[in-house]
Ligand binder design. Structure first.
Ligand SMILES: [Zn+2]
Length: 207
């Protein structure tokens, strides 16, 4: 009986350093060219054709398409920060935390995140947009909020708690609001006690 099939062989065509999205740091990569071969008794004999390039991280060993070589972590960071800001704004609208003190707290927490002073007008303008009749703050928190890592979600909740505390409210109310927001972003409700503990510690750093 003849045992035949196909296999892909990869040859290294280039090496260098890139920002690996998985490792979140600069690592070595190998760019490899994949060629498909006809095999007989598991031995590659006849090249069947070029099957594309892959870029392999030498640290985590994940492979990416060539687009990864243009991946810019700083641009990614700015986009994320803008999304965090809009989640906080949506949070304020949805939970009716839009007083002057809340706006100031949002400005302070967003300035900390960006590591530069954000004018209060930017917060006010975003709030106005989020309060327009066709805006759907809950849907925004749910859809955007769910795309973040657990760590980022906890940071967002800490900022949200900081904003809520801009006015004097009882602890029970704070827990209720943060709990609802936590579930909207897809964090497990049964773990809320631990979540709230971490969020409170993170928020305390902002005082
Ligand atoms: Zn990696």
């Amino acid at each position: 009986m003849l045992i035949w099939g196909t296999t892909q062989l990869k040859s290294v065509v280039e090496t260098g350093v890139f920002d690996c999205p998985q490792c979140q740091c600069e690592t070595q990569y190998k760019r490899k060219k994949a060629t498909e071969y006809f095999t007989l008794y598991f031995i590659p004999l006849i090249p069947l054709g070029f099957r594309g390039f892959v870029t392999e991280c030498q640290q985590c060993k994940l492979t990416y398409t060539d687009d990864v070589l243009n991946f810019d972590p700083d641009a990614e960071k700015i986009t994320n920060q803008a999304a965090v800001f809009r989640i906080l704004i949506s949070f304020m609208v949805y939970f009716h935390k839009t007083s002057e003190q809340h706006v100031e707290a949002c400005q302070a927490t967003y300035s900390r995140l960006l590591e530069q002073d954000v004018p209060v007008e930017i917060v006010e303008k975003e709030l106005q947009l989020a309060m327009e009749p066709d805006a759907v703050p809950q849907a925004y928190i749910e859809s955007e909020g769910n795309t973040f890592s657990t760590e980022a979600k906890l940071q967002i909740l800490a900022s949200a708690k900081f904003i809520v505390l801009a006015e004097s409210v009882d602890e029970e109310h704070v827990q209720l609001v943060i709990g609802q927001c936590s579930e909207m972003m897809g964090l497990p409700g049964e773990d809320f006690e631990q979540i709230y503990e971490v969020v409170s510690q993170l928020a305390a750093f902002q005082q």
